[in-house]
Design a protein around this ligand. Structure first.
Ligand SMILES: Nc1ncnc2c1ncn2[C@@H]1O[C@H](COP(=O)(O)OP(=O)(O)OP(=O)(O)O)[C@@H](O)[C@H]1O
Ligand code: SF4
Ligand SMILES: [Mg+2]
Length: 378
């Protein structure tokens, strides 16, 4: 039984400027204690997915408009708000990018920690204080007795994030969601805070969803990765498989745009173009305008997630160490193409947008004849 089961989740924002198609029917599972990375460029729906799980979407614009979220046997979409409030913090903890937004600036660290611990656990003030002290020590805050009396602004960013991690874990949640937990921190502190998060969640057996735009961050922290693009999960696999055999052109692009892939001499190639405007309902694969592998079907139809070549035929495993490697792509890159960062099939050219003038040329296929493009596009 998965701890978390998200099925066909759809999230929309109804704004003055129109409907934002933020999350477009995503499904994934998470086992108890599992560590999942959620990766993708800015605006692809990582935060919204998790705010929807926690029912913390900004109101009134943001709404879950389809799908289901089951956590530990409970249906979170229909759970009464009072029960949901109880669940947050206690069963599902959250850490956000800027700890200042989660800490109360006018209360001391002690007051906040004691209050949090007492709100969810039936303990005395003295017991809660002792626990708070232990927690500060556990996350490596020097002179914890003295530090308990401090206000959040007297802590550095790294220390505040340590306090947040300590507070989040104090309630022994089953799931921790960390949304860009180190982006606001100094680079030298980032690794320490991630290491702390990794160690403490592992020791406690807490499942982790780590959200980041940086594939490098999830490499050592997670056992599985969901790659998101334009509100879709476009690839999902064990972390090693994502790095060794990326099977979606977007993942290939991400990997080629981070420094450590292929050694020090590897060329950094940013993904050209920008993500689609999510005010339009998705039609076709949203990556098509930027994709060097696109074929005609890509403009018409968004492919579903399906096992990639080489995966065992049969039951699809959606979580845990045996996770089936899946990608949502009409024309997945071969391993050689993924390594090279471009299609290598002789004569292949990306299919032009429907209705474009093939003679005048199209993005990605300048000057090609229609016949050559059709031939190359299959
Ligand atoms: N309050 C809001 N009102 C309207 N649209 C929103 C709101 N919050 C998010 N969106 C839209 O929902 C989509 C998904 O946003 P989300 O915040 O989940 O992106 P993200 O993947 O977390 O990006 P980042 O890496 O920048 O944090 C985007 O198109 C965004 O503009
Ligand atoms: S080949 Fe087609 S389906 Fe695959 S990522 Fe490119 S545009 Fe999307
Ligand atoms: Mg975000």
């Amino acid at each position: 039984m998965p701890l978390l089961e998200v099925r066909d989740l759809v999230v929309r924002f109804r704004t003055h400027e129109g409907t934002i198609h933020a999350v477009n029917g995503i499904s994934f599972d998470l086992e108890p204690g599992e560590r999942l990375g959620l990766v993708g460029e800015s605006g692809c729906g990582k935060s919204v997915t998790n705010l929807a799980i926690l029912r913390l979407l900004p109101k009134p614009a943001g709404r879950i408009e389809g799908g289901s979220v089951r956590f530990d046997g409970m249906d979170l979409v229909s759970l009464p708000e009072s029960e949901m409030r109880d669940l947050r913090g206690k069963e599902i903890a959250m850490i956000f990018q800027d700890p200042m937004t989660s800490l109360n600036p006018v209360l001391t660290i002690e007051e906040q920690m004691v209050e949090t611990i007492r709100a969810h656990r039936g303990v005395t003030m003295a017991e809660a204080r002792t626990r708070a002290l232990e927690l500060l020590e556990m996350v490596g805050i020097p002179q914890p007795e003295k530090r308990l009396k401090a206000f959040p602004h007297q802590f550095s960013g790294g220390m505040r994030q340590r306090v947040m991690i300590a507070m989040a874990l104090s309630l022994e949640p089953k799931l921790m969601i960390a949304d860009e937990p180190t982006t606001a921190l100094d680079v030298t502190i980032q690794a320490q805070v991630l290491e702390l998060l990794q160690r403490l969640t592992s020791e406690a057996g807490t499942a982790l969803i780590l959200i980041t735009h940086d594939l490098g961050v999830v490499a050592g922290m997670t056992s599985r990765i969901n790659v998101m693009y334009a509100g879709f999960i476009v690839e999902t696999a064990a972390t090693e498989a994502v790095f060794e055999r990326p099977s979606h052109p977007y993942t290939v692009g991400l990997l080629h745009s981070i420094p450590h892939v292929g050694g020090e001499d590897a060329e950094l190639i940013p993904i050209e173009g920008v993500p689609p405007d999510q005010r339009h309902a998705p039609s076709g694969c949203p990556f098509a305008p930027r994709c060097a592998w696109r074929v005609e079907a890509c403009w018409r139809e968004m492919p579903s997630l399906a096992p990639v070549a080489g995966e065992p035929v049969g039951r699809v495993v959606t979580s845990g160490p045996e996770t089936t490697h899946q990608a949502a792509c009409h024309n997945p890159p071969t391993p050689e193409e993924a390594a090279g960062g471009q299609p290598l099939r002789p004569g292949f050219v990306p299919a032009p947008p429907p209705g474009s003038d093939p003679v005048a040329g199209t993005p990605g296929a300048p000057g090609m004849s229609a016949a050559a493009q059709r031939e190359g596009g299959q």
